[in-house]
Design a protein around this ligand. Structure first.
Ligand code: NOJ
Length: 663
C-alpha cells in the first residue's frame, strides 16, 4: 500500500507574517510551530509546541577552513512552503504502515557582501516534532572544510536529561547519567529530556550520510550547540564544495511513551533502495557466543575453543530441537588470540578457518537441519585489513548460502586513529552496508555508529549494538535494573538494538564468580517486546532452554510487527509495550521495571473488539526480586476481551510477558 498526496505550494514572502524577515510553519495538526527570523542579517529559529515555547531564539550557521564563517550579513532571497502526506510500508519493523505528513518551509539566504554565498535552510514541522537541515549549493570552491556547525538549540526551560558523554573510548557503551539540562556536559544523541514544562523531548539526527555525527555541547544555561565529531586532523567535515547536512531533529511528545511511537527519524530518511528484499528475513537466533563471554569457551584456538565443527553441530541440533532457525558462530576464523581486543591493528582473516572448524561442513549440516548460519566479521577496528578482504569475506558467506553477518569494530579508534562517529567512520559504515547488500547479506553492527534511520533506505541494516548490551553482565558489574528501563527512551529511539536478551540462568552458574544479569527471568522475556529488534538473540547456553516451560514464550514471540503501542511509561522507571504480530491476530505485551516493584492495571482496549483471546501470562513469582529467587516465573492463562483490564505485578527488577492468542 502506498498512498501519496504531495502538494507543492510556493508562497510569497509576505504571506504569513507580513514581515519578510519572519517566516512561520506549523505542523499539519498545528501541534508544533517553527518560526524563522532573520534578525539584523543573523538567521534564527524558535519552536513552539501548542502554546508552549520549546526552543527560544536559536542561531544557525557554519565556520569553514580558510573561508569566512557564515553566520550573519544575510538577506532572504527565496521562501518556499510545501506540504507532504504519504503512507509507506516498512519491509519489516515495529509498525507496518507509517504516515509521513509534514509541512516544510525552505528559506534561501544570501550574503549581502563579500562572496555573496547562498545557503538554503529547510525546516519540517511534524506533529511529533521538528527537523531542520542546511543545503549548501555548489558555488565557487572545489573543496570546502567545515570546522564548526553553529546550530544552537536554546531550550526555553530546564528539565531532567538522560545522557551519555561524548568522546569516550567505549563509544555509547556507558550507563546513562541523569541530571538537569543546565548541568549537561557534551553529550551524544539521542538526548532525552523531560522538560520542566512537562514535555518529553529527544534531540537526534536523521539520514547521516557523508557527514560527521552531531554531538551536543552545552554553551549556555540550557542552550545546546551542535558539535561535530572531528577527523584526527581536526577537520569536522570534508566536502567537495557543496553539502547537505543530516536532519537535526527534535521529537516533542506530551508523554514519554509517545517518543517511542514517533517515526520521525525514519520519515526523514530516503525510501528503500533495494529492489529485491526477499532474502532479508527478521529472525531469532542462537549463538556460539554467550559461552565466550562467560568464560566457558574461548574465541581463539584452545582446548575450550567455542567455534569447532563439533560444537557447531551440537548447536545446530539444539536449534533444530528448539525450533530456532538461525545460529551465530563467532571465532570461526583465523586471527583470534587472547589479546584480540587490544587496540593493536589486530589482523583477522575473513576467509581462513580456525583449526578444528570447517565452514562448508557446518553450513551443509545446518542446511540439512533447516538452520541458517550467521557469519561474523570482527575487524578489531583495523579497517585497512578488513576492507582489503571484505569482498572475499562476504563472497565466501554468499557462496555458503548465508544471508546474515554480524560485524564488530572493537577498539577505541578506527585504524587506531579516527573516532567511530566522525565522517570517516560514517562513510565506512555506509560503505560496508552497501557492500553487504551487494552480497545479499543483512548486517548487525557491533561497536556501530549511532542509528539515524538508514534501515529505511537499506532494509538489510537490521540491528546494531550502540549501548551496553547483555554481555556487560557477563564480565563487568553489569547493567543495573534501571538500564533496561532507560534505554527504551534513549538509545532505542534511534532504532533497533541487538541487546541479546533471554538469559534464563540468571545467576550464570557456568560463568565468572559473582556475575549475574540483574533481572528476573520474566523480565528477560519482557525485553523481547520492549526492546525492539528484527533480529532477537536467544542468548543463553541452549541447555538452559531445553524443557524450560518459559521457553514457550521465546518460541512464540515474533520479531516483525504490524503495530506498536506504549500503554504506560516513565523514563528510567517502567514501561509497558504491546505489539501486534504482523502474521497473525495475536498481540504481545512486555512490561518491565527498574529496581522498584510495580503494580498497575492496564486496559486491554488495544485488542480487537468482540474477540476472545487467551492471555498466556509469564509473571514474577510473589516475593521475588532480581537479586532474590529471580528465576521463579509463574505461568498462567486467562480468557480476556478488549473490555477487560489486567493487573500487572512486577518484582523489583522484574517484568511480565504476555501472549494474547486470539481464539
Ligand atoms: C563485542 C561484541 O559486542 C560482542 O558481541 C562480540 O562477541 C565481541 N565483541 C567479539 O567480537
Amino acid at each position: 500500500m502506498k498512498i501519496t498526496t504531495l502538494l507543492l505550494l510556493p508562497l510569497l514572502f509576505l504571506a504569513c507574517t507580513g514581515d519578510p524577515n519572519k517566516q512561520m510553519i506549523s505542523s499539519p495538526e498545528n501541534a508544533n510551530t517553527i518560526m524563522f527570523e532573520l534578525v539584523d542579517g543573523v538567521p534564527t529559529y524558535s519552536v513552539m509546541h501548542g502554546t508552549t515555547q520549546v526552543l527560544n531564539s536559536s542561531k544557525m550557521g557554519f565556520e569553514f577552513k580558510n573561508q569566512p564563517a557564515m553566520r550573519s550579513g544575510f538577506e532572504i532571497v527565496n521562501v518556499e512552503k510545501t506540504s507532504f502526506d504519504e503512507t509507506w510500508e516498512q519491509v519489516w519493523g515495529e509498525k507496518r504502515y507509517i504516515r509521513n505528513n509534514y509541512n516544510q518551509l525552505s528559506v534561501t539566504l544570501q550574503e549581502q557582501e563579500g562572496e555573496q554565498r547562498k545557503i538554503e535552510i529547510q525546516f519540517r514541522a511534524y506533529d511529533d516534532g521538528i527537523a531542520l537541515r542546511y543545503v549548501y549549493p555548489d558555488q565557487q570552491e572545489d573543496s570546502l572544510v567545515i570546522m564548526n556547525e553553529l546550530t544552537t538549540f536554546n531550550l526555553a526551560d530546564d528539565g531532567t536529561a538522560w545522557w551519555i558523554g561524548a568522546y569516550q573510548d567505549n563509544r555509547y557503551e556507558y550507563l546513562t547519567t541523569v541530571s538537569k539540562v543546565s548541568e549537561l556536559d557534551t553529550v551524544v544523541t539521542p538526548l532525552t529530556i523531560k522538560s520542566d514544562n512537562g514535555l518529553s523531548l529527544s534531540f537526534h539526527e536523521a539520514n547521516l550520510v557523508d557527514f560527521a555525527s552531531m554531538t551536543l555541547a552545552r554553551t549556555g544555561n540550557t542552550e545546546l550547540e551542535a558539535d561535530l565529531v572531528p577527523w584526527a586532523d581536526g577537520d569536522r567535515v570534508k566536502t567537495d564544495g557543496s553539502f547537505t547536512t543530516p536532519w537535526r531533529t527534535l521529537q516533542i511528545a506530551d508523554e514519554p511513551g509517545d517518543l517511542i511511537t514517533s517515526y520521525l527519524i525514519l520519515n526523514l530518511n530516503e525510501p528503500n533502495k533495494l529492489e529485491d528484499t526477499s532474502w532479508i528475513q527478521p529472525h531469532k537466533y542462537l549463538g556460539i557466543w554467550w559461552g565466550m563471554h562467560i568464560g566457558k569457551y574461548s574465541f581463539w584456538e584452545s582446548p575450550i575453543q567455542g567455534a569447532t565443527t563439533s560444537n557447531a553441530k551440537m548447536y545446530i541440533d539444539y536449534a533444530d530441537q528448539l525450533g530456532i532457525d538461525h545460529l551465530l558462530i563467532e571465532g570461526w576464523n583465523k586471527g583470534w588470540t587472547p589479546a584480540w581486543y587490544e587496540n593493536a591493528m589486530h589482523m583477522f582473516s575473513f576467509t581462513e578457518e580456525a583449526d578444528g572448524f570447517d565452514l562448508k561442513e557446518v553450513t551443509d549440516y545446518a542446511k540439512e537441519h533447516g538452520v541458517q548460519i550467521i557469519g561474523y566479521h570482527e575487524t578489531g577496528s583495523n579497517l585497512i585489513n578488513y576492507l582489503k578482504q571484505i569482498d572475499d569475506g562476504m563472497g565466501l558467506y554468499q557462496e555458503m548460502g548465508m544471508h546474515d553477518v554480524k560485524i564488530g569494530q572493537v577498539g577505541s579508534r578506527l585504524n587506531m586513529k579516527e573516532w567511530h562517529h566522525g565522517q570517516f567512520g560514517v562513510n565506512y559504515y555506509r560503505y560496508v552496508l552497501e557492500k553487504a547488500a551487494e552480497y545479499q547479506l543483512t548486517v548487525n553492527f557491533h561497536e556501530p555508529i549511532k542509528d539515524t534511520g538508514e534501515r529505511r533506505t537499506y532494509p538489510n541494516m537490521m540491528a546494531r549494538e550502540g549501548a551496553r548490551g547483555m554481555e556487560y553482565n557477563a564480565w563487568s558489574d553489569g547493567n543495573p535494573p534501571s538500564h533496561t528501563a532507560t534505554i527504551p527512551f534513549t538509545r532505542m529511539l534511534s532504532g533497533p538494538m541487538d541487546y541479546t536478551p533471554g538469559i534464563f540462568d540468571i545467576e550464570i552458574e557456568q560463568g565468572y564468580e559473582g556475575r549475574d544479569v540483574h533481572t528476573t527471568l520474566a523480565k528477560q522475556l519482557a525485553m523481547y517486546v520492549v526492546i525492539y529488534s528484527p533480529i532477537q538473540m536467544l542468548a543463553d547456553l541452549p541447555e538452559y532452554y531445553v524443557d524450560h516451560p518459559a521457553f514457550q514464550f521465546l518460541q512464540d514471540v515474533p520479531v516483525d510487527w504490524e503495530d506498536t503501542k506504549v500503554l504506560n511509561a516513565e523514563i528510567g522507571e517502567y514501561i509497558t509495550t504491546v505489539r501486534k504480530d504482523k502474521y497473525s491476530d495475536d498481540w504481545y505485551l512486555g512490561s518491565l521495571t527498574n529496581e522498584d516493584p510495580r503494580t498497575y492495571s492496564v486496559s486491554l482496549n488495544f485488542l480487537e473488539d468482540g474477540a476472545v483471546y487467551e492471555a498466556q501470562i509469564y509473571a514474577d513469582a510473589e516475593g521475588i526480586a532480581y537479586n532474590d529467587r529471580p528465576e521463579e516465573v509463574v505461568i498462567s492463562t486467562k480468557d480476556v476481551t478488549s473490555d477487560d483490564s489486567l493487573e500487572l505485578n512486577l518484582a523489583p527488577g522484574g517484568g511480565v510477558a504476555i501472549r494474547f492468542a486470539k481464539k
